[in-house]
Each structure stands twice: as C-alpha cells, then as structure tokens.
Write a protein that binds this ligand. Structure first.
Ligand code: CO
Length: 181
C-alpha cells in the first residue's frame, strides 16, 4: 500500500517556511498535481515541517506551493503511526457535523470552534500514482477536511460569521505584531 517511508524520520530534512494568513498563496485554488518522484523531497520536507511545528496536517500552499498536495500525520491521532501524502484528494462521502476546536499552522496561536463532518470517506493518489480510498473519523476526519479546504483556498476562519471572523482576525493580527515586536 501507498504511503511513504514508514518508521523513522530523516532528520537531515530541510524545514520549509510556513506561510501565514495574509499571504495570497493561501487564497488560491491549487492546481492538480501529477504523481512523480520529483515530489519526494518536497513531501519529506513537508513532513519534517509538520513534525517541527507539531501539527497534524500541512497543505502545499502553506509552504508557498499552489499544488493539490497535502500531508497528514495520522500517528498523532491514532496509534497506527501512519502518515499519508495525498495528491488531488477529494471527499466522496461525509457524515453528520460536529463542532470541535481546531488550529491551523498558518494562524499560530489561534484556536477556533469549527463545524465539520464527524467522518469522511476520501480518495487520493499517492506519490506513486496509486489511488486510495480511506475512511477517517473524529480528529483524523477533521484534519482531512481542513487540509482539502487549504487546496481550495478556504481557511478555518471562513466558517465563522463574517463579523466574528473580522474581530477574531483583528485580535490575531494584533497578537502577531506583538510577537514580532
Ligand atoms: Co491549516
């Protein structure tokens, strides 16, 4: 099946810089991507960036690359320790919604309650071009939906009513300025 290197991480990988909210690449609809060994380095670097930032998932636009590619570390969610790189992922079926708190690496320090399907069936290609269909529940399902949103230029603040997202963003931006100062 599918996945990339299992087991140990390669610690010599370069960490990619994570694009923060305000970077226009986060609002673009990402382009479909063809399976290729040329993606290997990028994917490993995305996993390394994810590990360093202690995130669950990372989409290529978050490292400035507008391609339909995302990585998820299910190991942080389940005991399986499995991580997947998804090319051109799509949701086939989804369950009833539930509200849970989530974060996003492009909004450091911000946590929001977001309504999302409690389970999803999703499809994707692995970097070798094999098609997979998985079912995910709970936090894993949430991560899959969050990352696929990134590929469509959708951010988790978009789930808030407009007035609320505006005030949340103002607060977050103030916090960012303080961090930089
Ligand atoms: Co995110």
């Amino acid at each position: 099946m599918h996945i990339l290197t299992r087991g140990c991480f390669r610690y010599n990988q370069v960490m990619r810089q994570i694009r923060l909210y305000g970077d226009p690449v986060l609002r673009k609809r990402a382009e479909p991507v063809a399976p290729s060994g040329e993606l290997d380095d990028l994917i490993e670097e995305m996993f390394e960036t994810l590990r360093e930032s202690e995130g669950l998932g990372l989409a290529a636009p978050q490292v400035g690359i507008s391609k339909r590619l995302a990585v998820i570390h299910f190991g942080l969610i389940s005991e399986g320790g499995e991580r997947i790189a998804m090319l051109n992922p799509s949701i086939i079926e989804k369950g009833e919604e539930q509200t849970r708190n989530e974060g996003c690496l492009s909004f450091p320090g911000l946590r929001l309650d977001v309504n999302r399907a409690s389970w999803v069936i999703f499809e994707f290609l692995d970097p070798q071009g094999n098609r997979h269909r998985y079912r995910a529940h709970g936090l894993a399902a949430r991560a899959v939906q969050h990352e696929i949103d990134h590929l469509n230029g959708i951010l988790f603040i978009d789930y808030l009513p407009e007035a609320e997202s505006k005030s949340v963003l103002e607060e977050w931006e103030k916090l960012q300025h303080k961090r930089k100062a």
